[in-house]
Design a protein around this ligand. Sequence first.
Ligand code: IPM
Ligand code: MG
Length: 358
Amino acid sequence: MSKTYNIAVIPGDGIGPEVVREGLRVLARVASLEGFTAATTTYPFGAEHYLKTQEVFPDSAFEEVKRHDAILLGAIGDPRIQVGFLEFGIIARMRFGLDLYVNLRPVKLYAEHLCPLKDRKPEDVDFIVVRENTEDAYAGMYGYFKKGTPDEIATQEILFTRKGTERVIRYAFELARRRNRAKKLTLVDKANAVRAMDLWTRTFEEVGAEYPDIARDHAYIDAATMWCVKNPEWFDTVVTSNMFGDILTDLAAMIQGGLGVAASGNLHPGRVSLFEPIHGSAPKYAGKNLANPIATVMAVQMMLDYLGETRAAQRIEDAVAALLRSKRIPSLGSDSGLSTSQVGDLVLAELERAQVTA
Ligand code: IPM
Ligand code: MG
């Protein structure tokens, strides 16, 4: 009997539903090529559902989602709703509630012409960022004093635990070893100003001692953003805290061709994990069939790799790489001249073509 994976799907807001639609077509096709089944359950959560029902993400649905093998998310965010409300109620709920402590963000340039940096080739831009995903300022410990008065004070705690720091650093060392490329792990922090980050410095050294085959490297976040543009080839595997990882990976997405290609996995190794494009809901393009679905297709690719369907994942990566290199998908923005569904069609056709050639 063929293997079945149960996938919870939350298309979400804005362009989320249309890019997820294409991601699911690609999923179904590689599943049939590789002989497994992807059974999907779609959940309606997001702005529209909230406005209709006042429901964000009910506990019963959360419990159900938890029992799946993986989760695919489109995008969350809508200008009609207070900033951060749905992001925290849906995305952060899963990141924290499922303890998805690794946010994995590959930065890989598939075709030279997609890179905004001069003379940079695919071999120069190929690294992966391991962003801590459950702590830092994202823990939501904030407050106001004398709110709305001239003496107002606002605070938000940046918090790091030994356990949280250690587990993500350990994951990153293991990943650097598995990648088997430069065998280098760069710690990105701001320990010169945020002294609480000395915890990262010490933990990195201690855990690193167990990985003598992995070279330890370090950059402060400000310098890391500079190196990312100036010498991206210096990076192999990068580990960093939640907020710095958030910022660094938007910059890094640009040097791999933009948010149209960048995907991420929110992982708790061995448990149900969440996959999503890095881009947001882009409300102004919603429903126009213009958004490029490649980032979601790559989120599906990461999901399959995580589930152990490495051949299926490789098929998707090869198809996307071939389409980008040959400029059949000429760019990753909404200006590519291709509709959302046409890009999906091209990926499906390329999967077939590769199948025939092989
Ligand atoms: C991301 C996003 C989120 C984050 C937002 C939507 C809260 O920017 O996944 O990178 O900051 O983590
Ligand atoms: Mg972000």
